[in-house]
Design a protein around this ligand. Structure first.
Ligand SMILES: [Zn+2]
Length: 256
């Protein structure tokens, strides 16, 4: 297969996973099971047919409305699907570079497990980002899943000192949370940084933290410019910036 064809395949796989992530985000903390039951329209409750469940495409064909009751469908659906698709493509690109595969070769065995491991982390970062944007909270369940996955980091040597150093940025965020009693930083942010730190190793962990603060500050200034009355600390969650910092630090890390 051509590398463009594989890239497209990865993107479509990401769209499908993103569609599943939407279900998790909408059903988290509602008591509804994620696996059980087909998706329904939130307004009229009608079960969606297979052709209404195609990522992005269904949304576009139906012009963002339910086929039965014409009520608007959340733009979160296509946004999360496209975000996941792009992120998978991004991680796939990193994977190709890390293993310097010749064009047209898909890679095999051990390498493929690493790619799937990275995709799982990408999916969790999407969940954390979107949930934090919607509800201003980073659920423990997603954070702990990321933490567990980050321990599979076989590139990171687990010498005691470097391991402790990789948790430095998380400890810094924990201190901000502790000193401000949760006003500057949430405890969930420190947990996310802990997982990211172990995943990235001690050098890229620091890079991720610095990038998050820079990007967060730039976006904050831009939003203040648009609306001078906005309350930055209470209205803008930090989780999405951390996730973006972790993704960028990972992509530009020297190791695989
Ligand atoms: Zn409906």
């Amino acid at each position: 297969m051509d590398s463009i064809e594989i890239g497209l395949l990865v993107f479509f796989f990401g769209l499908a996973v993103g569609s599943f992530l939407n279900v998790i985000i909408f059903r988290h903390n509602t008591g509804e099971k994620v696996i059980a039951g087909r998706s329904r329209c939130f307004a009229c409750g009608k079960t969606l047919r297979w052709h209404e469940l195609i990522p992005v495409l269904s949304f576009c064909i139906q012009k963002g409305r339910c086929r039965d009751c014409r009520s608007k469908i959340s733009w979160q659906y296509p946004a999360v699907e496209i975000l996941t698709g792009l992120l998978f493509l991004f991680f796939y690109l990193k994977w190709r570079i890390a293993y310097s595969l010749p064009a047209g070769e898909a890679g095999a065995g051990q390498d493929l497990i690493i790619l799937l491991w990275w995709f799982s982390i990408a999916a969790l970062l999407v969940l954390l980002t979107v949930y934090d944007l919607k509800h201003k909270i980073l659920p423990d369940r997603f954070n702990y899943a990321f933490l567990a996955l980050s321990f599979f980091n076989i590139f990171n040597d687990f010498a005691a000192l470097t391991f402790l150093l990789s948790l430095g940025p998380a400890f810094f965020l924990f201190l901000l949370w502790f000193i401000s009693r949760g006003r500057w930083m949430g405890l969930g942010d420190a947990k996310l940084m802990a997982a990211g730190g172990i995943f990235l190793g001690h050098i890229q962990s620091l890079v991720a933290l610095v990038l998050s603060f820079w990007i967060g500050a730039a976006v904050g200034i831009f939003l203040l410019f648009l609306n001078p009355n906005i309350k930055l600390k209470s209205e803008i969650p930090f989780g999405p910036f951390l996730a973006l910092g972790i993704i960028l630090a990972f992509f530009f890390s020297p190791y695989g």
